[in-house]
Structure formats: structure tokens, C-alpha cells
Design a protein around this ligand. Structure first.
Ligand SMILES: *[C@@H]1O[C@H](CO)[C@@H](O)[C@H](O)[C@H]1NC(C)=O
Ligand SMILES: *[C@@H]1O[C@H](CO)[C@@H](O)[C@H](O)[C@H]1NC(C)=O
Ligand SMILES: *[C@@H]1O[C@H](CO)[C@@H](O)[C@H](O)[C@H]1NC(C)=O
Ligand SMILES: *[C@@H]1O[C@H](CO)[C@@H](O)[C@H](O)[C@H]1NC(C)=O
Length: 393
């Protein structure tokens, strides 16, 4: 019987090793917010600042920062990602004093009491902007914001820009074949990745499995919605890894495309992701049930600490698009897709704790652990039963 206790120790320590990912830092989960034009029901900044942490979010990304709103987050623990709107990118590229002006309005009065961590210069700028503005404008604007921050003596806010998955990545599946689209790949992405490495900043990407699912008839809905079903996986034969959901497959396509450029280990931030709860008549998969499955699956996936097959630390942060549904006003045509996790009257659309602390999906992990532990201990149990038998005999 002597070797048995050491076997037990081994089984238990292996079991705790398996649990270790939970100890390393988990991705920060945030939500995006777009300040609506002044409408009677526009929520007060103070209300936004209390609502976001109450939903379990540690972070917020402003798509069009508003100084009053940023002020309301001073002395809170919510971290802020500010986006410089696309139309401001060309003037900021043209003259660093325009970058300084923007920072003097949106950052200097509040920082560091408001925990601004990142500034995204534009959002999906190349595909959204007017022709004539090229990647060199974007790079120059990014550098000007970075230099203006240094002028102000601020070193801890990182500067980046966000890309859209579909506009940035070509041949995404299998992930090992993913590349950045030409010509941005050489003109923009390479020097941009070098900038991120030099300044210790993150790569920002908007990831919508919904759009990829809609344009690929061979992707099953369960794969897009994080449903754990038998045979619900995709193998990447080149790397030999198995994907259990579309989100992690898209994340690894980005990891792979970055690695091919020679820049591994640049942190990844999912600057937008979500699932619409309504759409036009053709969008049968845009419904509240699916949106809730997607968001619950996303939170469980991020908080599992398992990362992705190609990157065990996974993404650094992820932002759910978006806090509110667009308001439907009389006389204005109804927006086709609604992405909000709150209705315009601020009530919750889903029962989800975005801090992940109610262990959504945790029961699955727990069950997995229990099965694993039982299997590890099985020889011990059999031995013990054998022993009993011998005693009886
Ligand atoms: C911020 O976090 C600290 C440390 O966890 C905590 O003591 C403090 O109460 C938090 N502040 C707010 C406003 O939640
Ligand atoms: C940048 O803007 C500042 C202030 O508006 C102005 O004095 C300066 O001449 C501009 N520089 C260039 C290169 O346009
Ligand atoms: C780079 O970022 C990491 C993680 O945020 C931080 O721990 C480290 O101190 C940073 N290094 C520099 C040179 O800023
Ligand atoms: C808020 O709006 C939603 C959707 O329009 C509605 O179902 C819900 O009853 C409203 N809640 C309150 C408290 O008004």
C-alpha cells in the first residue's frame, strides 16, 4: 500500500495544476458605449458610471468620448478605452498640436483620476474613411498622439487603432493560413506592429462571429454560439489544434496573421464583439435567445482562463458591443439591428453577470474536473476494493 499515498499526491497535484489557469490573470471584460446626440431620454453620465460596474464590467470603451462622461468615471475602478473618431484622424495626422488639443480636452483634466488605459486612434479607419486618406495618415496620427502624450509627461496610456476582422484578415480559416490583406499588410500593419512592440501596446480587433456565420453556410449555428456539443469542432490540420467555437478560431486567425509578420506576443484586445437581438426580416439568427447564448458563452469562455489553442493567455481584454439599444423614435425608421445589452429604458435584456462570478458555464468546468479527478483516482479505488476483497477472503 505504500506507493498509494504518493500516487494520491500526484493525482491531486496534477488536478490543481489543471485548475491553475484560473489563477493567472483573466481577460478584462468591458462594454462599448456610444454617446447619443442630445435626446430627452439620454442617460445622465453619473448613471452610466454606476450602471457599468453594476453589470459586472471592469472596463468601458467610448466610441465617441464625451468629457462629461469621462469625468463621471473619475475615482471609479472602471478602466477606460477612448476612441478618437475617424473624422479627427486626418487633422491629427497633419499636425501634432491637434493631437495635443484633443488630449487637453479628453484626457488631461481627468487623468489619472479616471483610469484611462488606452487610446484607439480611429475605428476600422481604412474601410470607413473617405478615399484619399491612406495608411500613412493613420500611422502618422497614431505617432502624433503617442508623442503628444509624451509631451504631456503621460507614459502609461497606450496608443493603438482598431481593425475589423473581415476588413483586415484574408483567408482566415483554418487560422494557420490567415494573413493580413494586401496592401495594408506591408504599408500599415508591419510598421504598426513595430510601433506596438516599441511602445508596449496592444493590437485591437473587432470580432463578429455573427457576420462570419452569416456569410459561411458551412458553419453550424452551435459552433458560433459556444454550444458544447459532440462533434462540434473544427480542426486546423496544419497546427493540429482543435477549435470548439468560432470566436476562438477568429482570435487565433489574428494571432496567426500577426505571428506571420514576425511579431508574436503582442497583446490582443477584442475591441468589439456581440450578437444582435434583432435584425431585418432575413436575419432569423438575430434574436434574443441566440444573443443571450452568445454572450453567456463568451463570458464563460473568457473567464475559463483557457485562452485559445495558439495562445494560452488568450486575449487581454474584450468589449461587448454595446451597452444600449438604439432608441426607436417616432417618425424615424427603426434601426435594423439592435446589439444592446440594455433597452433604452435601462432595463436588462439578459440575465448575465458579466463579471463571470456567477460561474456561468462554471458548472461545466466543475463537472469536467470531477470526472477527471474520479478517473485519476479510479486505480486507487479499484486497489482499495481489491484490498477489501482480500481481507474478506
Ligand atoms: C476600487 O477597488 C479598491 C480595491 O479593490 C476598493 O477598495 C475600492 O472600494 C474600489 N472603489 C470603488 C469606487 O469601487
Ligand atoms: C500646427 O498647428 C499649430 C497651431 O495651430 C500651428 O502654429 C503650426 O503652424 C501648425 N503646423 C503645421 C506644420 O501645419
Ligand atoms: C509593458 O506592459 C506590461 C503589461 O502591461 C507591463 O507589465 C510592463 O511593465 C510594460 N513595460 C514597459 C516598458 O512599459
Ligand atoms: C423597458 O423596455 C422594454 C423593451 O421596450 C420593455 O419590455 C420593458 O417592459 C421596459 N421596462 C420598463 C421598466 O419600463
Amino acid at each position: 500500500m505504500a506507493p498509494l499515498p504518493s500516487f494520491l499526491t500526484l493525482a491531486l497535484s496534477l488536478h490543481f495544476l489543471y485548475l491553475l489557469p484560473g489563477i493567472t490573470s483573466l481577460p478584462t471584460l468591458g462594454v462599448t458605449y456610444f454617446t447619443p446626440a442630445p435626446i430627452p431620454s439620454k442617460p445622465k453620465p453619473e448613471r452610466i458610471a454606476t450602471t457599468i460596474p453594476s453589470l459586472g464590467f471592469a472596463s468601458v470603451r467610448f466610441l465617441n468620448p464625451d468629457p462629461a462622461l469621462t469625468r463621471s468615471f473619475t475615482y471609479t475602478n472602471t478602466t477606460l478605452l477612448l476612441t478618437i473618431p475617424n473624422p479627427l484622424v486626418p487633422p491629427i495626422a497633419a499636425n501634432r498640436s491637434n493631437a495635443l488639443r484633443w488630449l487637453n480636452l479628453h484626457v488631461v483634466p481627468f487623468y489619472p483620476r479616471a483610469r484611462i488605459t488606452t487610446i484607439s486612434v480611429g475605428n476600422d479607419f481604412l474601410s470607413a474613411s473617405t478615399p484619399g486618406f491612406s495608411s500613412s495618415h493613420l500611422l502618422r496620427a497614431i505617432r502624433n498622439v503617442h508623442l503628444a502624450l509624451l509631451d504631456l509627461g503621460i507614459r502609461k496610456i497606450s496608443v493603438s487603432t482598431s481593425f475589423s476582422f473581415t476588413n483586415a484578415i484574408s483567408r482566415p480559416f483554418p487560422p494557420s493560413s490567415a494573413l493580413f490583406h494586401e496592401p495594408a499588410s506591408d504599408n500599415l500593419i508591419k510598421p504598426f506592429l513595430q510601433f506596438l512592440r516599441d511602445t508596449n501596446s496592444s493590437f485591437l480587433i473587432n470580432i463578429y462571429p455573427y457576420n462570419v456565420y452569416r456569410s459561411n453556410a458551412d458553419i453550424p449555428i452551435a459552433f458560433a454560439l459556444f454550444q458544447e456539443l459532440p462533434f462540434n469542432f473544427r480542426d486546423d490540420l496544419t497546427t493540429g489544434v482543435r477549435y470548439r467555437n468560432l470566436f476562438e478560431m477568429m482570435v487565433d486567425a489574428v494571432n496567426s496573421a500577426i505571428a506571420v509578420m514576425g511579431y508574436e506576443n503582442i497583446p490582443l484586445i477584442v475591441s468589439e464583439t456581440g450578437w444582435p437581438s434583432s435584425g431585418d426580416a432575413s436575419e432569423v439568427d438575430a434574436n434574443t435567445a441566440y444573443a443571450e447564448m452568445y454572450l453567456k458563452g463568451l463570458v464563460a469562455h473568457l473567464k475559463s482562463g483557457l485562452g485559445t489553442p495558439l495562445r494560452k493567455e488568450g486575449v487581454a481584454e474584450a468589449y461587448i458591443f454595446e451597452l444600449f439599444d438604439k432608441e426607436v423614435r417616432p417618425g424615424v425608421s427603426q434601426p435594423e439591428r439592435q446589439w444592446g445589452i440594455l433597452y433604452p429604458n435601462m432595463t436588462q435584456k439578459y440575465k448575465i453577470d458579466f463579471s463571470g462570478s456567477d460561474r456561468i458555464g462554471g458548472s461545466w468546468l466543475f463537472a469536467g474536473n470531477m470526472i477527471w479527478l474520479t478517473l485519476m483516482l479510479l486505480p486507487l479505488i479499484i486497489c482499495f476494493l481489491g484490498d477489501l476483497q482480500m481481507t474478506v477472503l
